[in-house]
Design a protein around this ligand. Structure first.
Ligand SMILES: [Fe+2]
Length: 185
């Protein structure tokens, strides 16, 4: 249970950072209607997600203070840093391949969380809203991200960079779970 609580705290902090990253991307791409609209859409889509992660945490025994006083463990700090780095310094394709990897992985584990938290922890739709949203909505996000990646991967060097970023993104994300597993044991 402590590890699930750890996931809720760490994901809450990460999702708050993600919203600031989307706001940054809107400003950075203000001259490009396609990218501006895309990041505006993502910002709106993700806006409730910190609170949904928190709602799950509150349902499994955490208190408001646990979120207010929390900081990121090392691996989650690294994962969030990677994400914000891509948003600030990365090309659109690098930026979005990181999102594509994260959303694909979130989508996959959301199915597991939704099924097993219902079965073994007796939680319902409200507590599991984060996972309900992510097992479905992220399919659209994945499609939109892959279209941007395809459009902006315009040279062999960029293709190489996109592959490298995808590889790093998977390792950061797995590292984050290892970190939560260790830290909240
Ligand atoms: Fe989300």
């Amino acid at each position: 249970m402590r590890r699930l609580q750890g996931w809720a705290i760490q994901h809450y902090i990460h999702n708050k950072a993600l919203l600031k990253g989307f706001a940054l991307c809107m400003v950075k791409n203000a001259h490009n209607p396609e990218l501006y609209n895309y990041f505006n859409y993502q910002f709106n889509e993700e806006q409730t997600h910190p609170d949904l992660a928190k709602r799950f945490g509150l349902a499994i025994g955490l208190k408001e203070d646990d979120f207010q006083n929390a900081s990121q463990i090392f691996e989650c700090f690294a994962h969030t840093s990677k994400t914000i780095r891509g948003m600030l310094l990365g090309s659109p394709a690098e930026n979005r391949v990181s999102g594509l990897v994260d959303e694909t992985m979130v989508q996959r584990y959301s199915e597991e969380f939704d099924t097993h938290m219902r079965r073994h922890y007796n939680l319902g739709d409200s507590a599991l809203q984060f996972f309900l949203v992510h097992k479905a909505a992220d399919e659209d996000h994945i499609k939109m991200a892959s279209e941007i990646i395809a459009r902006y991967t315009d040279s062999p060097a960029m293709e190489q960079l996109v592959r490298q970023t995808a590889d790093y993104a998977v390792r950061f994300k797995l590292g984050k779970f290892d970190g939560i597993y260790r830290y909240y044991s």
